[in-house]
Design a protein. Sequence first.
Length: 857
Amino acid sequence: MAGNSKSPDSSTTDPLHGFLPRKVSGAQARKALEHDLNAFTNPPTHHTARYKELLAYRKKLPVYAQMDDFFTVFNENQIVILAGEAGSGKTTQIPQFVAYSDLAHSRGKMIACTQPRRVAAKSTAERVAEEMDVQLGYQVGYSIRFENRTKRGTTFLKYMTDGMLLREAMSDHSLRQYSTIILDEVHERTLATDILMGLLKAVAKRRADLKIIIMSATLNAVKFQEYFSLGSETRAPLFKVPGRTHPIEIIYSQEPELNYVEAAIRFVLTIHRAEDPGDILLFLTGEDEIEMACREIKLEVDHLIKQYPSSVGPIVCIPFYAALEPTQQQRVFDQTAPPAEGPDLPLGRKVVISTNIAETSLTIDGIVYVVDPGYFKQKIYNPRTRRESLLVHPISQASAQQRTGRTGRTRPGKCFRLYTEEYFMSLEEETCPEILRSNLSNMVLQLVKLGIWVKDLAQFDYLDTPAPEALMRGVESLNYLKAFDEDETLTPLGSMMAEFPLDPQLASLLITSPQFKCSEEIVTITSMLSVPRIWVRPADQKREADAAKELFTIPGSDHLTLLNVYNQYVENKSDEDWPQMNFVSGHALAEAEEVREQLQRLMGKFELELVSTTGTERKSRQSILRALVCGLFMQVARREGNSYRTIKEDQFAELHPSCQLNEGHEWVLFDEFIFTGRSYLRTVSEVSQEWLLELAPSYFDLRTFPDGLTKLALEAVTKPKAAAGEQSSHRMADRATPWSLYTMNDAIANLTGASTYTLEDAVADFIGTTPSNIAGAASRARERKRALLVEQKKKIQQIRHQNANRATSSRLINPASLYTMEDAIANLTGTSAYSLEDAVSGFTNMTLQDYSLLFHR
Ligand SMILES: Nc1ncnc2c1ncn2[C@@H]1O[C@H](COP(=O)(O)OP(=O)(O)OP(=O)(O)O)[C@@H](O)[C@H]1O
């Protein structure tokens, strides 16, 4: 095979007869593609009829017509920038062309093609395995976080998320197992793709044999060509694939639209009534909008069918977003439009309503109409406040083009842009790169693991350099986590942290958990925090879902509640209805189980002991909470008034409505600090301030701690303790702490001399019942209160609904009304990370909360 076949008739038995790596021409590749035998199976097998059918289809793709030129440019250059219209065949065909030229399979190498999204990596690998007539997971496979379908020694074409390739680069800085690396959809500018670009540029200088292809439909080609010039004057060559498979008509709105969700629903209904057969893809920003739109469209269409049965066909609405279970995501590809309801009646239509996960790389067969309202949800991290905002933003021109490109793939299409052409021209050309709006602590750790010195981080060859403050914050967090030593090199702990596919804080939590004799429980909690939403809350069963959640609740800790759910899931594994009956996601739990297995394997690799807590329930819980403090001590807040103030950053937030805690807890540790119109702490547990001082002494070092109420509260713990010996007879009369800071917990600690003795324990001792009975009674009382609240909320919603109807019928809402204070500040300051809080504190030297208190007084 591959050039060393000498027998005279070997061209009939070896489709790759005469092929020399990277000297292959288009003509040779076409001959091999047409061969009866499959070049990539061992021994070669006969091609199936399906292969031939798909090959006929592939030949019509624009990239196929460019095959000769592609082989020339690929053979002659180390790095190629490739731009081609969405649907021209880049993602599916280019890696296959490379397979013929590279002959990676015969050289023990692999070809990698990265994707920013898991769903794209997986679905493209499935399609390509079918096109190449091989079994998925063998010659062609995929690797995404916590899911690897490749076979060592057999897989030579691997679709993978960019994050997975980056992870591999940490153990092999030169990525030696790959002969060619293709970075696809680079216009998305994910953090991992950006780092990979810098890394591959350096690897290319060391490894002349490594080829790199940078691909996208919509990229600023010159910027990439210059970046990849490898120090010489010559830019990397640009290979353009003109044309698309089928034409697409783009239709703009004449006027700015009303409320974009309403407008989108209206458009879908109009298309359904007025346009030729063909499925519809609508882009909305998030799960709530999508589920609501699915319901409304279905209701409206059912209503229309009753009114006009001879002119309106049936419809099926399919939601599509990242948190959905794979079987539900798969519906998007598998489910077809419903048939006509009778002879001579109109055909049915499939409507897919998706977030921007369907924006790139995906082909959903049958889509003819795309409806693009022009918005998406974007996460922006503010390094100063350490808060993430998740807000609706206008999309970029590049995104709009990608959305348009979801049609015209298997037949001609139409794209309805629910904004004017002038508005489109005013959009940003590209989406803001993730590196400019993310928490960089993980990136910093990965770069250092890749061999970059901390002091050189700012000089790394970034395509767009991140803000120094963001880098500094990343280094600072890692210093607190003891990932670096005094010389700023990786400590063994830091090096181990980088090996876990987790945020550094969670990795550190996992690694330190054996010290608290609860690593079994912590690995479960970490896995539960790493998967999408566990709780299921259907719109028409919210009350039942909340009641079910209440039954899992461990008072004072969402983390322990998650542990409880997982343990009960494992106990009830044989009952497949259990998740649904309990309003939890069976898929998320199964995924948590897989994640857990993987993390457990990694722990084994580093000889981290897996131990479970022993002793009383109270003691076990305490050990777990103490371990959580040891890893997540930078995510702590203290109650002030009706909200919580984060430590050091002094930001105010409320507990997220999904939290099972009441607001009575003074100190809490949280998993997420997020802004979604309001600031929230999500997944929260109560902790003791003494643990903070004991378990994170360098972060809570009172000598360097900023002055303020938090410091006073922390001092209140240390001072009375020091004085406790002498003052025992005056404890209640002589209150050393400011009275307002003296909590019930302090009182109990003073009375009993044990800081871990809680209010519940005290009650239990007095009335002779257990804390869990008390919690049960409290939970039943809460349930009654919740039922009342649900009623009240319903009324409020009715009133809001009536008001909203009144408002929308009398007032035009244009995109400008979605322009938030944050957008205004971003426009004024030129940085999206500068929040309202920053603006207020910049101007007044006060926090927003203090400022508004003063203002309202
Ligand atoms: N799963 C699939 N089912 C049916 N057709 C498919 C599938 N995947 C790809 N195709 C066909 O192959 C064509 C090329 O798809 P491919 O993903 O390679 O294009 P692309 O240029 O990479 O597009 P994009 O920039 O959107 O990722 C599609 O337009 C479609 O006709």
